[in-house]
Design a protein around this ligand. Structure first.
Ligand code: KIV
Ligand code: ZN
Length: 511
């Protein structure tokens, strides 16, 4: 009888804490709703003691997301655990996740504690968490490099103190899959009382093995896996949710387990995360990369046309990836657009559809073929757009092979028209400087990426910009057949986010 694997998503905690992936409160809530639609069983919403922002995010998600368990992370001390519990106050199904490192390397160099002291701390912390919350997860950090006999003692202490879930992290992505599998077998057989406890995997990808070790853990008896959308996370990332889940689905012959995820929400989840963080997945990324289902070689194309299974072990539709067929053009109406969005998994409200339709008609005027990727670009902009403080009204860009490029912009702000002109080393630099002159605010570009958003000579460019304003990074993304315009709008979007946040903070400040 196949057993269920509980999916513990840590995109909003381990994923979000990695450089370049930070999200604002509204973005975290949007992502949490998408993870709920995807069907994750446990959603780790953050690390409440880490910052006021993290606390607020966990609190808001705990209040809004009712079906999955909402977990909050805490180190093994009273302050952290109490703060996590405070953040979870409104949760329908709360879980405190407490952790403490157990490897000799961490004990000696980081914690300066003896093994006996750590054992005592585990018992106390799990007991304290249990006095507040019935569902307590304990993680012996760096379990993958912890002496096995000592790890058994640590796990035993946690189980005796009331842990309901034991997570064995390969914190530094050091283990091979068979070693990780064996660790689960050992803990399952050597720790008393394991029949009442769920074992969990948590793998990092430093050697590119996170998914392999996670599956090893499942073979060794884990029934919860911790993972992130697109594999984002500390350093090289965490195990990618979409890869683990699809491996379990495709290889049922050797993995007699299942998940309860709605697979068709995988691709929309991946797209939304890219949109929110500005961190794109590489083209050849398994399951959600643009090339994941593209067949280039003639022999492969021939095979797929005859029978897809020759070269496709999963169909793109299974994970909710739209096909590349041309769908809409200049003469398509609002109804057709709404229907196509529904097919792509987006039920747009009237204002969202109005906004998407306005952008669609503008794009269709300039571009003959509108692909699903174009529509996804529009809908993400439309759904996530903040009230635009500054909006680009016109742009003129002049570039040549010799000499500098120049740009002039007109930007609307509160009924006023602001103008800016500048020259720069290329058309994008010129337009960024022109925008800065117009709005009187300068940012530092920390990342700039251009991808083609669809196929064909008139393909739209998808530009992602990351910029630092007053010490904080913000991202912008725009899709347009005109690359310079997409860059300008993406940069302005990042500036609008910075300004929006500044206004919020000013409003929150006591007068
Ligand atoms: O990688 C790790 O060890 C962690 C723990 C906090 C679970 O993220
Ligand atoms: Zn981790």
């Amino acid at each position: 009888m196949a057993e269920k694997i509980h999916i513990f998503d840590t995109t909003l905690r381990d994923g979000e804490q990695s450089p370049g992936c930070s999200m604002r409160l509204a973005e975290k809530i949007k992502m949490a709703h998408q993870l709920d639609r995807l069907g994750v069983d446990i959603l780790e919403a953050g690390f409440p003691i880490a910052s006021q922002g993290d606390f607020e995010a966990v609190k808001a998600i705990a209040a809004e997301i009712r079906r999955p368990i909402v977990a909050a992370l805490a180190r093994a001390n009273q302050l952290d655990i109490d703060r996590a519990w405070e953040a979870l106050a409104d949760a329908a199904r709360p879980r405190i996740h407490t952790f403490l490192a157990t490897s000799d390397i961490h004990l000696q160099y980081k914690l300066h504690k003896t093994r006996a002291e750590i054992l005592q701390m585990i018992g106390w912390a799990v007991g304290h968490a249990k006095s507040k919350c019935n569902d307590v997860e304990f993680s012996p950090e760096d379990a993958g490099r912890t002496d096995r006999t000592y790890l058994v003692e640590c796990c035993h202490a946690a189980v005796e103190a009331g842990a309901t879930v034991l997570n064995l992290p390969d914190t530094v992505g050091y283990c091979l899959a068979n070693e990780y599998e064996q660790m689960f077998r050992d803990i399952k057989t050597r720790v008393p009382g394991m029949d009442k406890v769920v074992l969990s995997t948590h793998s990092h990808n430093d050697l590119g093995l996170a998914v392999a070790t996670t599956l090893g853990g499942v073979r060794g008896g884990a029934r919860q896996v911790e993972c992130t959308i697109n594999g984002i996370g500390e350093r090289a990332g965490n195990a990618a949710l979409e890869e683990v889940v699809m491996a379990i689905y495709v290889r049922q012959d050797v993995l007699p387990v299942y998940t309860d995820l709605h697979f068709e929400e995988i691709y929309p989840s991946s797209c939304l995360l890219t949109e929110l963080t500005g961190v794109a997945v590489q083209r050849n990324k398994a399951i959600v990369g643009r090339n994941a289902f593209a067949h280039e070689a003639g022999i492969h194309q021939d095979g797929v046309l005859k029978k897809a299974i020759t070269y496709e072990i999963i169909t793109p539709q299974t994970v909710g990836m739209p096909s590349n067929s041309i769908v809409l053009g200049k003469h398509s109406g609002r109804h057709a657009l709404a229907k196509r969005y529904a097919d792509l998994g987006y039920q747009l409200s009237k204002p969202e559809l109005d906004r998407a339709y306005a952008q669609f008609t503008q794009l269709a005027d300039r571009k003959k073929n509108i692909y699903d990727e174009d529509l996804l670009g529009i809908v993400h902009e439309g759904l996530l757009a903040l009230a635009e403080i500054y909006s680009l009204k016109s742009l003129q860009s002049i570039t040549a092979t010799q000499g500098p490029s120049s740009a002039t912009v007109e930007i609307a702000n509160n009924g006023q028209m602001l103008c800016g002109s500048a020259s720069g080393d290329g058309p994008c630099e010129a337009v960024f400087l022109a925008i800065e002159r117009a709005i009187g605010m300068a940012g530092e570009i920390t990342d700039f990426a251009v991808h083609s958003a669809s196929a064909g000579a008139d393909a739209a460019a998808e530009v992602q910009v990351r910029a630092r304003f007053a010490g904080r990074e913000f991202t912008g993304r725009w899709v347009s057949p005109n690359t310079v315009e997409a860059a300008a709008r993406a940069y302005l979007q990042a500036a609008n986010k910075a300004l929006y946040e500044r206004k919020l903070m000013e409003a929150a400040r006591p007068s």
